[in-house]
Design a protein around this ligand. Structure first.
Ligand code: SAH
Length: 354
């Protein structure tokens, strides 16, 4: 059967108002419907303040996409990880973290990833498709409903490259931040890219004040290309130009992610070169303890050495923090659980399953 129903959760309020107007329906009805969608209703019949007639019109034209939680794992530190099944059977994952400021969801933007970063557990999993805005939203909504918490922050740092799914991701940001819907603060959304430069420029021009993170990991072209194939398409110099453009147009700083890899990017010279790269950028560096990178001949820098590296950076005038690792016992970082799930590997039984 051909599915001709429109994915209503992937529509911005403006698009919905436009659609409603073309059916002779008033703007406030579009607003009511949009509000219901933002509350994670599963069926038009649950929209109790809409007339029966309107509900039946909506059912003929739209469908409500959702995501089903297949598995929930809880870490000792309270971080929770969710495996979702989408309507076509695709498997994705997201993480819920609790911070002092509130709850944050780390959401996926693609099923798999094309970027093949050497240190990432997803690099061996094939890319199958982009997520729709509705599927990115559903991760946040389902987690929020399932856990009974209000999510205040969203990071697009799960599986996938957000700028390789640009339109859907921008749509997601517009829908999630709508005052008439979920009303997430724009500055409370972070988007992380491996460095797709034309999209960094386009993003700057969108004038969307979400926070931008760039996964840098090295400022040496040969090292960066060896761990991040995207660097062969957009080298370090081009990346710097795009970042400078972003700083200038948005007037916002960039958070540079830097995964610490033993003997690869953690020498004093690497720290010096990083500081030179950052010289005329408005930036902040987040050092990430490498997670499970034993395959591919890589190993993690020791904690002591990460502190030494951070001190070198500080002495070179760099604004730096070290990322706290949440949920390592449930592989809550970087796609590892999904990778395990798909390979059929067993979980340890101490995890709290649903
Ligand atoms: N594609 C985007 C977002 C997904 S990865 C990006 O590249 O930014 C999210 C972050 O996790 C990135 O900074 C990525 O480099 C980092 N990461 C991936 N694998 C990791 C690992 N094994 N240990 C620590 N960080 C990792």
């Amino acid at each position: 059967m051909i599915d001709f129903l429109k994915d209503i959760k992937s529509m911005t309020l403006e698009e919905l108002i436009g659609d409603f107007a073309s059916m002779g329906l008033k703007k406030y009805k579009a607003e009511q419907t949009f509000k219901w969608i933002s509350k994670n209703v599963k069926s038009f019949d649950d929209m109790s303040d809409l007339s029966k007639d309107l509900r039946s019109i909506l059912k003929q034209k739209y469908k409500i996409i959702s995501a089903k939680i297949l598995k929930r794992l809880e870490s000792k530190d309270g971080t929770k990880k969710f495996i979702f099944e989408l309507e076509d059977g695709a498997i994705i994952e997201s993480v819920l973290m609790k911070y002092k400021f509130g709850y944050s969801v780390c959401a996926s933007t693609q099923v798999g990833c094309k970027m093949r970063c050497k240190f990432c557990a997803n690099s061996n999993l094939t890319f199958s498709r982009n997520l729709y805005a509705s599927e990115i939203l559903s991760q946040v909504q389902e987690i929020s409903s399932n856990e009974g918490v209000t999510v205040s922050n969203i990071t697009l740092m799960g599986v996938g490259e957000p700028f390789d799914n640009y339109e859907n991701v921008i749509k997601f940001i517009k829908i999630a931040t709508s005052q008439k819907g979920m009303s997430i603060g724009m500055r409370r959304i972070s988007i992380s890219t491996c460095g797709i430069c034309d999209k960094i420029i386009r993003f700057a021009d969108e004038k969307i004040s979400a926070t931008l993170s760039v996964s840098l990991h090295s400022v040496d072209d040969s090292i960066r290309s060896s761990i991040m194939p995207i660097n062969k398409a957009f080298g370090v110099e081009e990346l710097k130009k795009a970042c400078r453009y972003y700083n200038k147009v948005s007037n916002k700083r960039i958070s540079f992610e830097y995964i610490m890899l033993n003997g690869i990017n953690d020498s004093k010279k690497d720290a010096k070169n990083l500081s030179l790269f950052l010289k005329d950028l408005i930036s902040h560096v987040n050092l990430i303890p490498a997670n499970n990178v034993k395959y591919n001949g890589l190993s993690a820098t020791s904690t002591e050495r990460i502190y030494v590296f951070a001190n070198w950076l500080m002495s070179f005038g760099v604004n730096v923090t070290i990322r706290r690792t949440l949920g390592p016992d449930i592989d809550a970082s970087c796609g590892q659980l999904r990778a395990k799930f798909l390979s059929g590997e067993n979980y340890e039984c101490s995890f709290k399953d649903r």
